[in-house]
Write a protein that binds this ligand. Structure first.
Ligand code: F6P
Length: 528
């Protein structure tokens, strides 16, 4: 077990990591690297591009274009040991209550075990049977109604694996409470041939319930009240509340309190994906996740892709003080992957208090952003190359395309490689300050053979465990999200006032109250 206060209070989470010798050694090492350019590092050691890589099951991580040396990796590995990362991984994957503030397991690893716990096996069999029936031609579309982890995972995966969607049935995703989203998502759909899956772990999320109720009216207006319920399924840890929409318990699927929303793609939350690509492809997704779980548990740190990605992220965040990083998939199919990683990373590690309740004392979760390449090159790469801030980049690419346009793929991948090269090495100075490319801007390249259900599962687990690695070193609990509660509470109060169910709060600030008054005064006049 790593350094910690009373183990029972923090259940092994590290504390005061910045006061360890390992942390201090990294500070000294960072100072020693000051002024070293990636050009120098490669000149000094031309083979580093072949050595500073790690690979497992067709997934390659090339981390040589980061501002680091072999010594850096050794010092980061020592930090991992000091903070008890190996023991934490075992606790995570063995289903111990690592979610300390909610006293729960974070056992998403169980969802993809080859021989999972009986309740998981049973639910997977139920889901497969339901998906097989849903794919039999009755439905034109399946619409997932959910938000956050009840949307981002399946939406991202359905887009990523569109090439594997082998039915006429279309998967769509409704998340925003903005009515425009309901109209957009249902546009062109026949209510009589539309299946809704209401996904909500708590079944109390305002946006999801509002959308589900509107969907039910939309269906009932078309097929009648009696028939309406057969157009709904539900995924929840609170089945009693699902009965408002689903009367047939055979269409209610379990998610357990030990699966966090942003870690739930491998659970029944993935039902819309399973319907789109079929149970066999979904099983491949789970197998890819499990491979990375096993790799994360056993691989030495210098060969451990999630640990390396996490530790290098800490090196960039805490020792180079870079507050953001960009996830740039050179894959249009991974359009939603950056948004998915935003929740996974920022809702897990966007915290300033350690698991033991003490202040973090150091920088924690970075800001994550990104868009697919090559599109982003025409939007924000100017800043990446010549901005005053350095932004570490995580590129994701695939050797084989899922389409037949080979020349397009060559152009796509040529751009990925070129961007990483330009960021790292820049260009020789022409004397024109406007055309100066300083280089020395770090990136990691994740290169997979092909985007398949299995490799997508690998990528998802890779990032889940990257986030866990960083939380372990920082000593924070990545599995709760108390930070989202205040906004929800305030919105509930304002919404009650807007519907006349409550009087205005006299203690409210003048800005918020003026805005509410203006909105309330003008909304009636808006006709469209
Ligand atoms: O964003 C807060 C959050 O609780 C997420 O963690 C969760 O994935 C999302 O809202 C939806 O919650 P539920 O699945 O309970 O509707």
């Amino acid at each position: 077990m790593g350094i910690c206060g009373s183990p029972n209070a923090t259940h092994g989470y590290a504390a005061e990591v910045h006061n360890t010798g390992e942390w201090q050694a990294l500070i000294a090492h960072r100072e020693a690297l000051e002024g070293r350019h990636l050009r120098d590092l490669f000149d000094h050691d031309p083979s580093r591009g072949e050595r500073l890589v790690a690979e497992t099951d067709g997934l390659l991580l090339d981390y040589s274009k980061n501002r680091l040396t072999d010594e850096t990796i050794e010092l980061l590995a020592a930090l991992a040991d000091r903070t008890g990362l190996r023991g934490r991984i075992e606790a995570l994957l063995d289903g111990e209550p690592v979610n300390t503030t909610e006293n729960r397991r974070a056992w998403h690893g169980a969802l993809r075990q080859p021989k999972p716990p009986p309740e998981v096996r049973q639910e997977l069999d139920r889901l497969a049977a339901f998906a097989a029936e849903a794919r039999d031609g009755r439905w034109q579309a399946v619409v997932n109604i959910g938000i956050g982890g009840s949307d981002l995972g399946p939406a991202m995966a359905a887009a990523a694996l569109d090439a594997y969607a082998d039915t006429e049935l279309e998967a769509r995703f409704l998340s925003n409470v903005d009515g425009a989203h309901f109209h957009e998502v249902t546009r062109g759909l026949d209510p009589a041939r539309t299946l809704f899956i209401v996904v909500s772990k708590t079944f109390t999320t305002v946006e999801t319930l509002a959308n589900a109720r509107t969907a039910r009216v939309w269906i009932a207006d078309a097929v009648g009240e009696h028939e309406a319920s057969s157009h709904f399924a539900a995924v929840t840890a609170n089945p009693a509340k699902a009965q408002e929409f689903v009367t047939d318990r055979g269409s209610v699927f379990a998610m357990w309190d030990w699966v966090g929303g942003r870690y739930s793609l491998g659970s029944a939350v993935g039902l819309s994906l399973m319907i789109a690509v079929g149970p066999d492809a979904f099983a491949e997704l789970l197998a890819g996740m499990h491979h990375i779980d096993a790799h994360f548990r056993t691989a030495p740190w210098a060969e451990n892709l999630p640990a390396l990605l996490g530790l290098i992220g800490i090196w960039n965040r805490n020792f180079w003080d870079w507050p953001t990083y960009a996830v740039l998939p050179y894959s249009q199919a991974l359009t939603l992957f950056p948004a998915y990683i935003q929740q996974l990373d920022m809702e897990s590690n966007g915290k300033s208090v350690r698991a033991d309740g003490t202040p973090a004392g150091i920088a924690t979760g970075p800001v994550v952003w990104g868009q697919p390449g090559t599109t982003g090159q025409h939007a924000f790469h100017q800043l990446l190359h010549q901005g005053t801030d350095v932004v570490p980049v995580e590129f994701i690419g695939f050797c084989r395309a899922n389409h037949g346009l080979g020349q397009h793929h060559d152009l796509l991948m040529a751009n990925l490689f070129a961007q990483a090269e330009a960021l790292a090495f820049g260009a020789s100075d022409t004397g024109d300050p406007h055309r100066r490319f300083s280089g020395n801007r770090p990136s990691s390249i994740i290169l997979s053979d092909q985007l398949t259900p299995r490799s997508l599962g690998q990528l998802v687990a890779l990032y889940e465990h990257k986030v866990f690695t960083q939380a372990t070193v920082w000593g924070i609990n990545p599995f709760d999200q108390w930070g989202v509660e205040l906004g929800k509470t305030l919105a509930t109060g304002i919404a009650a006032e807007l519907t006349g169910a409550a009087e205005p709060d006299p203690s409210r600030d003048s800005s918020t109250q003026s805005l509410i008054n203006r909105y309330a005064g003008s909304r009636g006049s808006v006709t469209r």
